[in-house]
Design a protein around this ligand. Structure first.
Ligand code: THU
Length: 160
């Protein structure tokens, strides 16, 4: 018997000012765009901003629906926005933040399982890792160099 040990490296920043200027401005856009979330049911606003190789930034927010299963996550609206507007442009980074009415989110929010799958598809499609920049409403910032590290043994087109 052999064991495979999987490792995930997370860079932890206590203050946004420690980030590169580019990451700071992407995270700022995510915070600023929270107000566009449509989340009357969960009252949990999520926003994601995406940086493309051509330097353009686009964002997306969660869009909810009375039929709950139809709700769209911020990460997937942001990435769909990016790939619809600039289908040929690889994606460099995605910043994600959230705000809750129930509690002050002082720890990073991280993408749900389906969003991880969606981000990994974009990494494979453009053959480029996507840096994840994660923060709650406040508190530390987690930076990961690829979504693959939080979706070990992921499914991809090589199995089809
Ligand atoms: N949500 C996101 O937008 N991204 C995630 O990765 C997890 C959850 C949204 C979906 C729903 O509108 C609200 O957060 C509460 O689950």
């Amino acid at each position: 018997m052999k064991k495979l040990v999987l490792k995930t490296t997370i860079q932890v920043y206590d203050d946004a000012r420690e980030l590169s200027k580019s990451d700071q401005s992407l995270l700022k856009l995510a915070h600023k765009s929270l107000k566009h979330s449509y989340s009357p049911y969960s009252k949990f606003k999520v926003s994601a901003s995406v940086l493309l190789n051509n330097g353009k930034k686009v964002f997306g927010t969660n869009q909810e629906n009375a039929a709950y299963s139809v709700c769209l996550c911020a990460e997937r609206t942001a990435l769909s926005n990016a790939s619809s507007r600039y289908p040929k442009e690889p994606i460099q980074a995605i910043a994600v933040t959230a705000r809750s009415l129930e509690q002050v989110l002082d720890r990073p929010v991280s993408p749900c399982g389906p969003c991880r799958q969606f981000i990994c598809e974009m990494e494979n499609r453009y053959k480029q890792p996507i840096r994840l920049i994660l923060q709650g409403e406040t508190g530390p910032i987690y930076v990961l160099e690829s979504c693959k590290s939080i979706l070990p043994l992921g499914f991809d087109s090589s199995f089809l």
